[in-house]
Design a protein around this ligand. Sequence first.
Ligand code: ZN
Length: 465
Amino acid sequence: MGKMIDRQRFDEWYNEIVELADLCDKRYPIKGMNIWKPYGWKIMQNIDAIIREEMEKTGHNEVYFPLLIPESCFKKEEEHIKGFSEEVYWVTHAGGNELEERFLLRPTSETALYSIFSLWIRSHADLPLKTFQIVNTFRYETKMTKAFIRVREIHFFEAHTCHENFEDAERQIKEDLEIAERFFKKLCLPYVISRRPDWDKFAGAYYSIGIDVLMPSLKTLQVASIHQYKQNFSIPFEIKYEGRDGKHYYCHQTTYGMSERILGAIVGIHGDEKGIKLPSSIAPIKVVIIPIIFKGWEERIMEECRKIKEKIEELGLKCHIDDRDKTPGSKFYDWELKGVPLRVEIGPKDIENGVISIARRDGIKKKMPVNEIEKLKEELQEYDKMLYVEAEKFLKENTHIMKEIEGKEGIVELPWCGKEECGKKMEEELDMKSLGIPLPQKECNEKCAACKEKAASWLRLAKSY
Ligand code: ZN
């Protein structure tokens, strides 16, 4: 297995590899708005397909709301405006006319959906309402932008649900965590879950849960968030239902959000000096065949390649023959860069021996008899497992459970009394940000690392993107 990228070089490596691996083009003349190239977009669509499958399985229905939100809708929830006011793009003109009411480009869609949910929901029979959409959102980032990780036009997934009561909304959050578990396993991404501290929860949320991964730079990256809104939005948006007793109640709401950052996490966590490594679940090409041409064997070899491709596609694996007029070595280089899980080489010796030569993107090489070709599926499973195991090892090695504040890198967990000032003190002394209370919550019988009073929980901290 190729080694993870050295942490000092990571950011530089990342910025180059996203273009070298043909995922995006950063030359569009608006900063932070990149072009999805066909290969990168296909991977993202494969990620979305896994999300859609999970949504379908859990009874969520897909919607697609307009991009523009009237200012009056956006302003209904006070905390929400405060949280986003510095980050929104405004539309002020249409043609030559100044608009009477300004519109904003959605930074997230609560305020667009909820003004309509209040029309859709009438009775308890309409609940739970479980919807999601996959759309672009816009945030005016002022920090340095970074492909997939910090961009101004974001490919975004958001699930929004409405419930009769708090308990039912809590059950939804439990379901969201189960969805996340299945979803990230398919992408071979280990993660940590934290309940965000109150000073860092989502604008308008009752509480927020963050799902973070650890990048080779030893900074964490938030790849998903789940919010319990209680009735914080349903009251200003008047999302009410008639209960079983004939009285009217405000709904309880939750959201679950993810974005193209997931692709950033895959690039970073599974990358090495040769390029990216795609989990088989999302690789647009799962097997690439490289003909090893020798003089006099040209036709024979190409014929064998086509035969093998057919067999591989019968297994349901997307396969591509690289018949470009280039040396095998330069083809290996290209496909390793793009993270194709399996490479199959076919040369005269292989044909004579009735085998194919296999090279997994994680470095494992072997010969496989052609009549056992269905074993390629096992190779892919084994490869995915290795991706996960390596990433998990890295996460564990760089998580430090400590009693005192001391300089460490990666993820740190310290005993915490729960007071904001103590959390802030830890942040300052470690030069890190609080990710929050580790979930599922672990017992803590220690003293707060800041004030030495009895700790109520652990506090997880890290440097993050
Ligand atoms: Zn304290």
